[in-house]
Design a protein around this ligand. Structure first.
Ligand SMILES: [Zn+2]
Length: 461
């Protein structure tokens, strides 16, 4: 005689075809949140999900709506014993545009080929929350109930940076109120390696400008005699980086335990070469005393956004009178933008030729970093669930970029266990042509969800 949870698992073991059918219905709706032409599609998909959740047996299944915002779908099943915890499952149903992309299959049609299913949103993020819907349905059918209380919150504008998510949190606090949050929109480092995202880098953009004269002057007459602002700026930028071009200002110590764990992440010369489209013969930077994931996720980095160095077509033999450059910094997890700005300021604001003034200003539009320590019984429970489904616990990963919804949940609910998982893998090409979902990952995600609910239900509130 199988226990309830094993009965639900066997149901989910055989549910892949059914799950893909479900997913295909949603993928067929072009819910492109960035395109006003698809505003109605976004709402139509939200309405479809709402109705499906009602059919599934969820209560208060509804569209949350605010002015000048795409809707969110919210629903709940709160019939478990009140002593049981309430789990919030977050996902998003909007998708990135496909215009101008070269797809091998119709983008808004789920097409199964080999071990993958192709379609916009298949993995980012419809496959994420559909993996939960399938599991919830199996629990309700096989066990007649869920092992704990569950709320679903599916956002309709994650792909435009969740501009209204905080307003939704303020306007509908009970839709978010919970004991544990499972945020399913992140990546697995490989198809056999489930990821738990625990950090983000932030973003800081600054402008450097130097003016030395009233106008450009002849470089044959004045070169070597007066300061050249373009050359000075190049030298200033060079101060920020080491010999290989890596940011050396603001480097952070990396937890040795994390570093050890990151060795299992398949970010090696070969995967970096193909992932970053390096030319044959070009090697990734040496990892030295770190690992590639530590460099990518846990250290600050700098890139040049634009400059006013003389552009092609404007060549002349002159020392220019003014130059400026915009730089973008990735802020390390746990580091604030202010801290990094101060460090950069201190490094650059000295040692220039007498009288030359550097203007350094912060540009708008940055993002905070996020650094999270996954500890406590919820993460032990999650690890047990993943061992049963994937044969191993989740590997702690980070994200080198900034995802607004993650930083926002991190800010608003830092006191709750935040489990950031997902069904994306390195071959998914989220946001690009031929986005796809790996069927093995999808299947294992569904099985992990079965055990996750069961394991989390044993937590004390
Ligand atoms: Zn996403």
């Amino acid at each position: 005689m199988h226990s309830k949870v094993e009965q639900v698992r066997s149901k989910v073991d055989g549910a892949l075809d059914e799950a893909l059918k479900k997913l295909a219905r949603y993928v067929a709706v072009p819910a492109i949140s960035s395109d006003p032409k698809h505003k109605e599609d976004v709402k139509r998909l939200g309405t479809m999900i709402r109705d499906d959740l009602t059919t599934l047996g969820f209560k208060r299944s509804r569209l949350l709506e605010l002015d000048d915002a795409h809707p969110c779908v919210a629903a709940e099943w709160l019939k478990a014993d009140p002593s049981k915890p309430t789990i919030l499952i977050y996902g998003h149903f909007d998708v990135q545009p496909v215009a101008g992309e070269n797809w091998n299959t119709p983008p808004h049609e789920l097409v199964r080929k080999g071990d993958r299913a192709y379609g916009r949103g298949s993995a980012d993020d419809m496959g994420g929350w559909v993996s939960h819907l399938v599991t919830l349905e199996a629990w309700l059918q096989e066990a007649g109930e869920l092992p704990c209380n569950v709320k679903l919150l599916i956002e309709g504008e994650e792909e435009i940076g969740s501009p209204n998510l905080e307003r939704y949190m303020d306007a509908f606090p009970d839709a978010f109120e919970s004991d544990v949050m499972v945020l399913t929109d992140c990546e697995n480092p490989a198809v056999d390696l489930p990821g738990l995202t625990i950090s983000l880098r932030g973003l800081l953009e600054i402008e450097l400008a130097i003016q030395t004269a009233e106008c450009d002057v002849h470089s044959g007459l004045w070169g070597n005699v007066v300061p050249d602002p373009a050359i000075l700026l190049v030298k200033l930028i060079a101060r920020l980086v080491d010999d290989e071009g890596r940011m050396k200002i603001g480097r952070r110590p990396v937890d040795p335990k994390w570093m050890e764990g990151s060795k299992s992440i398949p970010m090696n010369d070969e995967t970096i070469r193909s992932g970053a489209h390096l030319l044959p013969g070009v090697s990734p930077l040496e990892s030295r005393d770190m690992t590639a994931p530590a460099w990518a996720w846990r250290q600050p980095a700098v890139t040049i956004l634009s400059s006013t160095f003389p552009a092609p077509g404007t060549e002349k033999n002159a020392v220019r009178h003014r130059s400026s450059v915009k730089l973008s910094f990735r802020v390390a997890p746990g580091q604030t933008r202010e801290e990094l700005f101060d460090l950069v300021n201190k490094e650059l604001d000295s040692g220039l030729p007498k009288g030359v003034k550097l203007e350094i200003s912060e540009l708008g539009g940055g993002a905070s970093s996020w650094d999270y320590e996954p500890k406590g019984p919820a993460f032990d429970a999650a690890d047990r669930a993943y061992v049963k489904a994937w044969g191993r616990p989740m590997v702690r990963t980070g994200i080198g970029g900034s995802i607004p919804f993650v930083a926002l949940f991190g800010k608003r609910f830092s006191n709750l266990p935040l489990i950031l998982n997902g069904v994306i893998d390195p071959e998914t090409t989220a946001h690009g042509p031929n986005e796809s979902l790996h069927l093995g990952v999808f299947q294992k995600a569904m099985i992990a969800n079965v055990y996750l609910l069961d394991e989390l239900s044993a937590l004390k509130k």
